[in-house]
Design a protein around this ligand. Sequence first.
Ligand SMILES: [Zn+2]
Length: 256
Amino acid sequence: MAKRVQLLFYHRDADCFFIAQSGCGLGLTCRFGIIAALSPRAIMPAIYGVIWRVWIEGMQTNSTIEQYKEGMGVKPSEVPETSSQAPSQTAQDEQWMRHAMALAARAEGIGEIPVGALLVLDGQVVGEGWNRSISEHDACAHAEVMAIRAAGKQLANYRLLDTTLYVTLEPCCMCAGALIHSRVKRVVYGARDLKTGAAGSVFEILQDPRHNHSVELTGGVLADACSAQLSAFFKRRRAEKKAAKLALQQSNDTLS
Ligand SMILES: [Zn+2]
């Protein structure tokens, strides 16, 4: 059997398809599937319309006009980049971790241990936090909790579904619990906390399968940089304490 050749045109202004089929002349198919004969004056828009597809009848029998129309909505320039060209998950994680480190620096600026955290939803920051326990007289004011509180207000929801939390230091038991309760989808941390870490270093709170919510976990993102930020803070604080102690001793010596 001889194959019939069809040409399908889409005219944006008319919002309809024009079909030219060998042996059958020209026809018009609108979105409701009504086919009507074309007048010569209507043929010109069809010609200037976008040539969508040429196919041999029988090769795509399952395709529908709506499917073709959906396809028409995507211009070549709008086709998403391939995964090899898009930023990798690792690159995105590192980018957000640098943001978390900047927040940690804010904590250090007010005399707090430099830990910063943020929550990201669909590529947007929805909550930021940094350590404020000393300044707020609040043992719960860890960076993660502050970020959770900020995101809750931003989203007007205590469930932070589909969010990713970035934090420069492995969460403690309290923060791990808060992350479970808030239904954070993924946690990415920088430096491990070998004293109180609850994401595997000391405790395994986040990964405990008895929770009714499981959290995806990625650790060690920019770990060296995050660790260096903390180490520099403690080194500086030790030096300041030592200098203060020395100054006090010299003052006492002068008095005696
Ligand atoms: Zn904590």
